[in-house]
Design a protein around this ligand. Structure first.
Ligand code: FE2
Ligand code: FE2
Length: 193
């Protein structure tokens, strides 16, 4: 062992005197002292109240999307629609999964997921539009997906590196919303539009 105990592993640190990692003892003490705060440790860099608020908006968006896709699934009828209906149902299931992931993360952050029907449409970024024809339904779903894509991208930019777990979750969801948008474009093309 050389000089300075735990400093040994840091000798290659180009920044010199400042340890890159908090030492294990301090980490463990902090964890013990703040044990009731769950996943939010003093190392958490984001403003947790704001993160919970934007996650609740995302939750509302996902719930609205589940409801819209379910409506479209049950209303899709006609020769051309069986593949389309199956796609609507698949998307509804995906959006439900996203809602669950987001609600779970809100709880991990010490917040409460807002499932209240009151104000649901106002909290949601995307709209609930029923649409008359199959084509209208697909177009409304595409609009909603594009809104979701923009708002998830914005949330990811907002969080930056301050909450990597939430960022990773949002990136996973964003990738699926992009697939959904792509599916809907293909469905529209399939209808000859
Ligand atoms: Fe979603
Ligand atoms: Fe989606």
């Amino acid at each position: 062992m050389g000089r300075g105990g735990r400093g040994d592993s840091l000798e290659e640190d180009p920044m010199g005197d400042k340890p890159f990692l908090t030492d294990i003892k301090t980490l463990r003490e902090r964890a013990r002292n703040h044990i009731m705060q769950g996943a939010v440790t003093p190392g958490y860099k984001a403003d947790v109240t704001t993160v919970v608020r934007i996650l609740n908006e995302a939750l509302a968006t996902e719930i609205i999307c589940v409801l819209r896709y379910k409506r479209h699934y049950f209303m899709a009828s006609g020769i051309q629609s069986s593949g389309v209906a199956a796609e609507f149902l698949e998307h509804a299931t995906d959006e439900q999964g996203h809602a669950d992931q987001i609600a779970q993360r809100i709880v991990q952050l010490g917040g409460e997921p807002n499932f209240s029907p009151e104000g649901l449409q106002t909290r949601s970024h995307a709209e609930y539009v029923e649409g008359e024809t199959l084509e209208e339904m697909i177009k409304e779903d595409l609009i909603a997906e594009r809104i979701a894509i923009d708002s998830y991208a914005e949330m990811i930019r907002f969080l930056g590196h301050d909450d990597p777990t939430t960022t990773r979750m949002l990136e996973g969801i964003l990738a699926v919303e992009e697939e959904h948008a792509d599916d809907l474009v293909n469905l529209l093309e399939g209808l000859g539009r």
